[in-house]
Structures are given as structure tokens and as C-alpha cells.
Design a protein around this ligand. Sequence first.
Ligand code: 5GP
Ligand code: ZN
Length: 117
Amino acid sequence: MDCLFCKIIAGEIPSTKVYEDENVFCFKDIAPIAPVHYLIVPKEHISGADMINGENSHYIAKIFEAAAKIAKNEGIESFRIINNCGDDAGQTVKHIHFHLVAGVKMGWGPESLGKTE
Ligand code: 5GP
Ligand code: ZN
């Protein structure tokens, strides 16, 4: 399958790995929007949050377990997890991924959507 994140998980495309276990892979985002910006992905190819079902939802729990471990390992006390699903939401890679961002005081409100129109 021609998927960028499947290739990163397989080591065919280099990345800066932060954490890995049997279900989950975490690596640094190539274009960080915050001092800490990691991507957490399931090792199974799932195209987006709209494809989560009873068969694969355990990966979502594993991703959040990994996020808590990663935050502890890296000494991150406060973080935000973001998932974009679909084109209007800004999903550019069609392998479900969760952005873990931290290291900056973040705003919260309509403007934080970064609306383009
Ligand atoms: P999305 O916009 O789909 O929610 O997030 C995709 C993310 O993947 C973006 O933040 C982008 O910077 C990151 N990204 C795209 N290509 C690569 C790559 O080759 N390596 C890494 N480490 N991150 C990438
Ligand atoms: Zn994939």
C-alpha cells in the first residue's frame, strides 16, 4: 500500500522515533507547530477516524495509553491531542494519526480552529 505513515512505521522512510510498542508508533512531526509536536499512529493502516469500528477501536485506547507514557517519559505535564479527519479538517495523510503538541501556552476558542474561510 502506498501510504507515507506505513512506510515510516516500516522504516522505509526515515523518521525521528519517540516511542514504539506492538500497537503504536510515535515520531516527531517534520513541520512542528509547537516546541513539542509528535505524531502517534497505529501500526495497522486505518485511513481516518471515520473508519473506527468495533474491530479496530482498541487502537485508539492504545494510542492514548502511549500518549500518557510518552508524556511521562519526556517530562511533559500539559499537552493537547489533535486528530484531523477529512479534507476540510486538514487531514493530509490518510493514515489515522494523533498530533501530540506541548511546550507552549495554548489558546482555546473558535479562533483556534485556524479557519480559512
Ligand atoms: P494532518 O495534516 O494530516 O493532520 O497531519 C499530517 C502531519 O504529517 C503534518 O503535521 C505534517 O507536517 C506531517 N508529515 C508529513 N509528511 C511527513 C514526513 O515525511 N515525516 C514526518 N515526520 N512528518 C510528516
Ligand atoms: Zn498507512
